[in-house]
Design a protein around this ligand. Sequence first.
Ligand SMILES: [Zn+2]
Length: 450
Amino acid sequence: MKQMSLRSMFLLLFTIAFSIGLFALCYLSFTNGDDWTSFPANRHIYKNGTIVNAGDITDRDGVVLATTEEGKRIYNPDFYIRVSTLHAVGDLKGFIKTGLSTSHWDTLTGYNRVTGLFSAKSGGNNIELTLSAKVNTVALKALGNYSGAVGVYNYKTGEVVCMVSSPTYDPTKEGKEDKGIYINRFLSSSYPPGSTFKLVTAIAALETLDDAETRTYVCDHGTTVEGETISCMSKHGEMTLREALAKSCNAYFSQLAIDLGADTLQKYADKLGLNSAAEIDGIKAKSGRIDLSNIRKVDLGWAGMGQYTDLVNPLGYLTVMGAIANEGKAVKPYLIESVTSADGIKFGSSSTDYTSQLFSRTTANKLKEMMRYTVSSTYGDHRFPGLSVCAKTGTAEVDEGITPHSWFVGFNMNDDYPLAFVVVAENAGAGVGVARTVANKTLQAAKELF
Ligand SMILES: [Zn+2]
């Protein structure tokens, strides 16, 4: 009897040890399987260090952005299509980590995560994107020599129609030495938001202050907080929120931020997702950073208008624009419309997905009206023919003596063209200049999609 129990005990221990081992193997193979298989030595996927046997990547109109011919990866013959869609499509060697050729190599090559096998037919799966090569081309040309990012999406469906990052390069040629070219600035960078952040402060005010629309602050070429000056470009006098947003008054928003308090502003920055990494088709973007802990009063004033240490990520910001346009609840942006197998079977079609209610419908509609007024009264509707743009500029100070970043963010109010956008042009000066021009050119091209 005693011997039996010892034997069962041994068997039991053996079974447990075996199960742990099996579990560990399954776990490791599931979590690392991709790395093991995509290791460049694996000749199924890589040949001479470049990806082969991958399916086509096409834009929303069926324009082939990348394909495989006789074991060789080929890009679109048009130079501007190649370079403007490169950060979405990815390069041959996997340097652009967020490019689909790297992030979705398993889908493209037909690798099955569970079986570890490739689909029987060579050529893998095809990925159809929501992007428009045409709109991307226009956006990149509009950016000219400026580094930066342009993102435009349909705030009703979630389709990203434009995603451009500059600088870029021709994937058929060797990349430059500069590592910065491999970064998709729309997904993997964070920038000081400058005055575009006044929208976040406005949301916090509209959500928490009963008199948000009627309370006034005085601007005397700025304001003084605890002996330190926060300057403003004009002497705006006494203003309400609506006027202060349209004129982008620093004095108003710094005093408003101080009255809201660090906790409230922090709460809304967090709620809007500005401190979390946004995601698009499983690709993780960089998180922004709004940290108002242990902040001095005067710095809270600066933070409330997008300076201090504030940083935002363009994709995260685009989602916030989508939420303002869409009654406080954003449609999540996506890039992959569908995936089709080598034998023509469509699977993995995307569907419209929403964020939680980020702020109330009332707040969204009030802010929408204010952003509309900002465009019609300050920038001028004639600058956006055929559109009813709601927007905010930003001129984000970087370091002393360096030209600030130029921002233009917002959306078209008209449901016929439900487009939200984020444009940032690095060291391009006032938002009302370069970024505004890039936004209009890109929107005019995106309008043609409807
Ligand atoms: Zn002012």
